[in-house]
Design a protein around this ligand. Sequence first.
Ligand SMILES: [Cu+2]
Length: 184
Amino acid sequence: MSTRTPSPRSRLLAIAGLLLGLATTAVASPAFAHDELVASDPAADSTVAELPAELTLTFSGVLIDEAGVNAISATDAAGTELADGAPQLDGTQVTQPLSGESQGTITVRWRVVSSDGHPVSGEYSFVAGDPDQAPTAAPDEADEATSDEGLPPAFWVIVSVVAAGGVTAVTTALVAASRRRGED
Ligand SMILES: [Cu+2]
């Protein structure tokens, strides 16, 4: 272990790294031109008679339209996805067709690409129809319990291969060490 003072090259690298870090932070920070959700139909926290055929979200700027970049999800209390097809973008408005007759609290999650190129996302909810008719949410614990039951056979194959590899490496090292000792 030497305690040399850092060479000019490594100092330069450190400075370059620092500058890169600062630049990344600046890019990641929200810009002034970040678009926000300004209105929706149905409105957030409102109650409507029944599940509408579509949702309309209005943003503060013209969104970027590229296949797959904008996504709207609408789920009922049971977690059933109600969004039917791709969202339609028209300037500052995004329309998302829905299907089904779910009642109760509908949660809308949206992700769009702001006019400044930054992805923005958020969520809100509204109530459709009679909340007492809302489907009961499936307990998440049940899903987790089934998926955690027993690891897949492939996992144990990998474990055995890694273990076998480790044993081989240790054996090789021991043999090599004893040979070296023998030579001395
Ligand atoms: Cu931005």
